[in-house]
Write a protein that binds this ligand. Structure first.
Ligand code: HEC
Length: 143
């Protein structure tokens, strides 16, 4: 009960932070893109908290967290939309194939992991494989 409450509170805080970061975004496509990324970020946080033992390992929740969202990245960035609040670098659209290749790598890592998380000991390697793709893309394509 206490754990569930803590998890719920942590989730609410993640949402509040995301909402704050998105204040003043005018372009709805950019907003959707940020929301999609925030959802991926929230899933990674859940997995991280499980890996650290801050919340109880739940196989269903863990496997769902990795399977979700990754496939959505290409469609979120298809149109070159900008907003003063966006952190997306314009170079995304001049080398879109490379950008998509990293999104595909993320999806492959997530697909390989989804359904294979059977205990907390599986989380570390999964977070490493998936997290590597997050930072690869952010380093090249995010402010
Ligand atoms: C193929 C590229 C790519 C991959 C892979 C990727 N991201 Fe992102 N991410 C971006 C870009 C570009 C932005 C900036 C979007 C904007 O501000 O318009 C972003 C923004 C974000 C944000 C900030 C969203 C906000 O509120 O403004 C979070 C959180 C985030 N990413 C988490 C992740 C996590 C976690 C992963 C891995 C599971 C990941 N991303 C994988 C490209 C990527």
């Amino acid at each position: 009960m206490k754990k569930a409450l803590t998890a719920a509170l942590a989730g609410a805080m993640v949402l509040a932070t995301a909402a704050l970061a998105h204040q003043g975004v005018q372009n709805v496509a950019v907003m959707a893109r940020m929301d999609g990324m925030s959802a991926i970020g929230a899933n990674m946080k859940t997995l991280g908290a499980m890996a650290k033992g801050q919340i109880a390992f739940d196989a269903g929740q863990a496997n769902e967290a990795v399977a979700e969202e990754a496939a959505r990245i290409p469609s979120l960035f298809e149109a070159q939309e900008t907003d003063p609040k966006s952190e997306a670098l314009p170079v995304i659209w001049s080398e879109f194939d490379r950008f998509i290749a990293i999104a595909d790598d993320l999806e492959a890592a997530a697909t390989a992991t989804a359904g294979a998380l059977n205990g907390p000991e599986d989380l570390g390697p999964a977070l490493k494989a998936i997290g590597g793709q997050c930072s690869a893309c952010h380093k090249a394509y995010r402010e």
